[in-house]
Ligand binder design. Structure first.
Ligand code: GA4
Length: 331
């Protein structure tokens, strides 16, 4: 595992962080421990030897590339994003903007079949590429969630993964294109915000990007650390729901994506979400006398409604925090 060096007190760091790297071909108990440590320290890690076939990734990337290369008026036939469909610059419903264009899809098969019609001229090719990719990354997400449960000594090893294996799971798939800007001067990265600061509301995110940097994470308030790109790995991050289910042991870390003025960046993110009616609460193993439960139980539907009604960077999980004695004393 490679660990990041101490963070200087500056608002931006120019050198990229080496996130913890988890080799999934390693020994199981060692891997679970590495994952747990990474999720506590950074909320982010990379996985290599993940078992997702290169072909599956290449096919999906090609479809994504073909879509974004289309003329604007054709892309707009798949929009506007509400939240699903093609979006350009507008993010969510509350006026957030960024230098990004994207396709957001729900991952249920019917939604993919419906959505594909306005996205590709070869609907069945697009549909097949998306279905294979989603199946593969969902399996990967489940394997990682089982390893997490193991590493946390949660008795039911499938507690987390069952939520996203459920037929009614509410997982999303997002293709992002951060176009290169017209300003490219002497190869200097005149970066602009592509996708503004936020944490992911779901359980887990599995992200893959081409070889262009742009992802930055905030391990400390106001300090942005670039993550080096690595197309051979998947970047995995903890979502808000997993922070709640681990009673705050794992951190759902704020991140953002910058668009690079010289090279265009493409990324593909799978957001693993539970069924809308799923009750989100920490299992008994995560709650002790020393670490009492931090959050009120809530359903994903309740949380999602709150998350989607706020601005991108607004804190959401805090709204579900229990009132502690400290809070009472402070009030
Ligand atoms: C962030 C993670 C995912 O991309 C996403 C985003 C969603 C959207 O683009 O519609 C949100 C954002 C994300 C969180 C706050 C709300 C909702 C935009 C926004 C302002 C698809 C998701 O699930 O939440």
């Amino acid at each position: 595992m490679v660990v990041a060096s101490a963070t200087p007190k500056r608002s931006e760091r120019l050198e990229a962080i080496q996130l913890p790297i988890v080799d999934l071909s390693g020994e199981r108990s060692q891997i679970s421990n590495l994952i747990v440590k990474a999720c506590r320290d950074y909320g982010f890690f990379k996985v290599i030897n993940h078992g997702v076939h290169e072909d599956i990734i290449a096919r999906m990337e090609e479809e994504s590339f073909n879509f974004f290369a289309k003329p604007v008026n054709e892309k707009q036939q798949a929009g506007p994003a509400n939240p699903f469909g093609y979006g350009c610059k507008n993010i969510g419903f509350n006026g957030d903007m960024g230098e990004v264009e994207y396709l957001l899809l729900h991952t249920n098969p019917l939604a993919i079949a419906q959505g594909s019609k306005s996205i590709s001229n070869d609907t069945s090719k697009f549909r097949s590429a998306v279905s294979c990719y989603i199946e593969a990354v969902r399996d990967l997400a489940c394997e990682i969630l089982d390893l997490m449960a193991d590493g946390l000594w949660v008795h039911d090893k499938s507690l987390f993964s069952n939520l996203i294996r459920d037929l009614d799971n509410d997982s999303f798939f997002r293709l992002n294109h951060y176009p290169s800007l017209l300003l490219c001067k002497d190869n200097h990265n005149n970066n602009q915000i592509g996708f503004g600061e936020h944490s992911d509301p779901q359980i887990l995110t599995v992200l893959r990007s081409n070889n262009v940097g742009g992802l930055q994470i905030s391990v400390e308030d106001g300090v942005w650390i670039p993550v080096s790109p690595d197309p051979t790995a998947f970047c995995v991050n903890v979502g808000d729901l997993l922070q709640a289910m681990t009673n705050g042991r794992f951190v759902s870390v704020r991140h953002r994506a910058m668009s690079n003025s010289c090279k265009s960046r493409m990324s593909m993110a799978f957001f693993a979400g539970p069924p809308l009616h799923a009750k989100i609460m920490a299992p008994p193993e995560m709650v002790t006398a020393k670490e009492p439960s931090l959050y009120e139980p809530f359903t994903w539907a309740e949380y999602k409604n709150t998350a989607f009604s706020l601005r991108l960077g607004e804190s959401r999980l805090n709204l579900f925090r229990k009132c502690t004695n400290n809070d009472r004393e402070e009030a």
